[in-house]
Design a protein around this ligand. Structure first.
Ligand SMILES: *[C@@H]1O[C@H](CO)[C@@H](O)[C@H](O)[C@H]1NC(C)=O
Ligand SMILES: *[C@@H]1O[C@H](CO)[C@@H](O)[C@H](O)[C@H]1NC(C)=O
Ligand SMILES: *[C@@H]1O[C@H](CO)[C@@H](O)[C@H](O)[C@H]1NC(C)=O
Ligand SMILES: *[C@@H]1O[C@H](CO)[C@@H](O)[C@H](O)[C@H]1NC(C)=O
Length: 699
């Protein structure tokens, strides 16, 4: 479900940033974030044996197997909850089984949503009716689902067409300033401001728009971008607990359920259809600021309406209980079987899913193949490795969320890290996101993997050349399966992919052919992603001391504090956070020293083994300190106070989400300041909890 990274559709980390000045400040920090300390410190020089297994892992990759897996996975569309989706699940299961890996399925019974009928007609003032195509060319005969928004309410609307730009608050303000009344209109919104579909539709409903059409600009004019309009993640009927068959479910009319769905119906349309509507508009002149950013045809679009053309919109869909299937392959650890390193990718797709998500699935299957090979050569991991194939991610990370909710206790106490790959390959260029204690490991690993597009260059060289330094994004966004692991359970996480432009995102054109022609013609980017993914996992599973470096986290937190300080212009003291960061930094320094000593310690006696285990536990649990049982205001399921989605579309920073929202709050100044102060204290306490977990001492 990951949003493509393009100029139009801003970077995932920037997803929640709106103000240009802060954007500039923030990206600058990231792009030129050179490491203040030698990264090799955290990554063990392992014994020659594990080193040789890692080399074998890399040298046994072949682009041919990736191509074969992807071919098989994309033979037919496999939307979650449908029979072809089950057959894809069984293929993944049989692949794991054929490798003699311990395999199991975990099923959930969850509320999914499918279209039954939709129509859209443009009516000209001269009474001419123009039915607009809602589906993509050549998809009528096959099993591709008609373009729709999952969980959109059914409904009909007849109203003047109006262009709402990105559908942000500032866009409605601009329209109001030009005297445009949007109430009762059918609104057209272009995607790409970083707002979720839910936010776009809810905003429109709040402004009295009666139905919403969304389109995405890109090279693929006939493609239509499907997507979910549900708010939050997980099965809407089981918020906070697992949606097991026969378990407690909320009623469909329960306000806790209905508040997750927008108040007005919506549909996605192609860029071609959107342009037809735009060309028909008269009325107010397109605001100057909106004109920029149109990729094409912008010059032809002069007016925003409303009307004179009318739109007749209908959408009917059904929400229904469906069984979804997560599939796991487990490689039990030999020395610490109760410590888990998780690699996850979703399997369900809106259509054929060649990029999204099955390029990642092909990588997961190939990692399984090579780990099975290592096992035949005598390797077993020190810690348990779990390969996870999620279902129903496209509807809102449902498979992974239900499973995390079901296993919260065991994951909370035993999960070392969660490593996500959704779209493995959609073009050239590596993109890395992670929680900061994993930065060093990622840097080391990219030096070991060949660049897929250049001869004799390793990934690290190409990646840092392209970004003028190390660029690791953070994970406040909520667009793939790391969300429940990080935001709900506080587990250190990574997300990896290749490629910035993805014009066939969620369309019927996301097929094997597109991959062969554009995404990754030689399948070498698949090889590279799987190389990083697998090597990171091997280090996390085998290194006697976990390769976590909390000095990176301390540095990152300090940068956030400074950005926040600039944003608040010193109006509110950040002393509580500054003090907590100081504490955290001290703990990180002490732990770093301790880790260096223990890495050098070759003793195998019991007390040595226990000392290492104690340190590892502290390294593993530090991230959990950032979790707050009360969660973020208005979205309590999100419990991480450093990284998480904004609750207010006008929030300006992509970290400390509670503080970000408090700043954007539009109440009286006194209340606003009080809320900001409270949220500052909460973040400070979260950082203190992290520091205490890292130090491991009682007060
Ligand atoms: C999960 O679903 C699969 C496929 O329908 C079925 O074969 C399996 O028995 C189910 N597992 C459980 C534990 O219900
Ligand atoms: C009505 O107006 C539309 C748009 O201007 C035009 O394409 C169409 O030919 C007109 N139809 C008639 C019957 O005049
Ligand atoms: C709008 O479309 C619906 C469904 O096609 C149709 O029943 C209805 O009469 C149309 N309304 C108008 C005003 O054209
Ligand atoms: C694998 O890579 C080689 C060398 O880059 C290339 O010649 C071959 O066509 C690729 N195979 C596939 C299936 O893409």
């Amino acid at each position: 479900m990951k949003m493509p990274f393009t100029g139009k559709q801003p970077s995932c980390t920037l997803l929640f940033i709106l103000t240009l000045s802060v954007v500039t400040l923030y990206t600058t920090l990231h792009r030129h974030h050179h490491h203040p300390h030698p990264p090799s410190a955290a990554v063990a020089k392992n014994n020659p044996n594990t080193l040789s297994y890692r080399n074998t892992f890399l040298s046994t990759a072949s682009n041919h197997t990736f191509a074969a897996y992807l071919r098989r996975l994309t033979l037919h569309p496999h939307l979650a909850g449908t029979p072809p989706s089950l057959s894809t699940a069984l293929y993944v299961q049989s692949h794991f089984q054929s490798l003699k890996l311990t395999t199991h399925l975990t099923n959930f019974s969850t509320l999914l949503s499918y279209p039954t009928h939709s129509s859209l007609t443009l009516l000209f003032p001269n009474a001419t009716l123009l039915p607009l195509p809602l589906s993509e060319p050549n998809t009528a005969q096959n099993d591709v689902v008609a373009p729709y928004h999952a969980y959109s309410p059914s409904g009909a609307a007849y109203g003047a067409a109006v262009f709402l730009n990105y559908g942000r608050e500032e866009d409605y303000r601009a329209l109001a300033a030009h005297g445009v009344e949007v109430k009762g209109c059918v609104g057209l919104v272009r995607r790409g401001s970083g707002m979720s579909r839910h936010e776009v539709a809810s905003n429109a409903a709040a402004h009295g728009v009666s139905a919403v059409l969304m389109y995405t600009e890109g090279e693929c004019k006939e493609g239509v971008e499907r997507g979910t309009v549900m708010k939050g993640v997980g099965d809407p009927l089981t918020p906070g607990w697992a949606g097991i068959e026969g378990g407690e479910k909320l009623d469909l009319n329960d306000p806790r359920v209905t508040e997750k769905f927008p108040g007005v119906p919506s549909l996605p349309v192609s860029e071609a259809v959107a342009e037809g509507i735009l060309r028909s508009l008269e009325g107010a002149v397109l605001p100057l600021e909106w004109r920029e950013g149109f990729k094409s045809g912008g010059s032809k679009i002069r007016r925003v309406g409303p009307g004179p053309t009318m739109l007749n919109f209908t959408y009917e869909g059904e929400k229904k209980m469906s069984t979804i299937h997560n599939i796991f392959a487990v490689i039990k650890g030999s020395k610490e079987p109760d410590r888990f390193v998780l690699l996850g990718n979703h399997r369900d797709a809106w259509t054929y899913g060649a990029v999204d998500p099955n390029s990642g699935t092909a990588a997961l299957l190939d990692i399984a193949r090579r780990l099975a090979l290592l096992m035949r050569l005598g390797w077993t991991p020190r810690r348990t490795i779990i390969l996870c194939s999620w279902d129903a991610e496209e509807f809102g990370m449902i498979g992974s969320t239900e499973w995390v909710e079901q296993n919260l206790m065991n994951l909370g106490s035993k999960a070392v890290a969660y490593l996500n790959v959704d779209c493995a390959a959609q073009g050239p260029g590596l993109f890395v996101s992670a929680t900061p204690q994993l930065d060093d490991l990622l840097i080391e690993v990219t030096k070991k993997v060949k660049d897929p597009d250049l001869e004799n260059v390793n990934l690290y060289e190409q990646w840092t050349a392209a970004n003028k330094g190390v660029k690791i994004e953070r994970l406040s966004r909520v667009d793939s399966d790391f969300a429940p692991f990080l935001h709900h359970a506080g587990i250190p996480s990574i997300d990896l992919y290749f490629g910035s432009e993805f014009p066939v995102y969620h369309t019927a054109f996301d097929s094997y052919d597109w991959m062969m022609n554009f995404g990754d013609p030689l399948f070498q980017r698949h090889v590279a992603v799987a190389g990083i993914w697998g090597l990171v996992a091997l280090h996390l599973a085998d290194d006697p001391i976990l390769p976590f470096n909390y000095l990176s986290y301390a540095t990152q937190l300090l940068e956030y504090k400074n950005v926040l300080d600039a944003l608040l212009e010193g109006s509110i003291s950040l002393q509580p956070i500054a003090a907590a960061i100081e504490e955290f930094t001290m703990a990180a320094n002490e732990t770093d020293e301790e880790a260096k000593k223990l890495r050098a310690d070759q003793n195998r006696d019991e007390s040595s083994v226990l000392r290492k285990r104690m340190l590892n536990d502290r390294l593993m649990l530090t991230e959990r300190g950032f979790i707050d049982s009360e969660g973020l205001p208005g979205r309590q399921w999100f419990k991480h106070l450093i990284y998480g989605p904004r609750g207010d579309t006008e929030s300006k920073i992509a970290f400390f989400p509670g503080i970000a929202d408090a700043i954007a709050q539009r109440t009286n100044e006194e209340d606003r300041q009080a809320t900001i102060r409270h949220e500052i204290w909460r973040v400070a306490r979260a950082i203190q909890r992290g520091a205490a977990a890292l130090r491991g001492e009682l007060s």
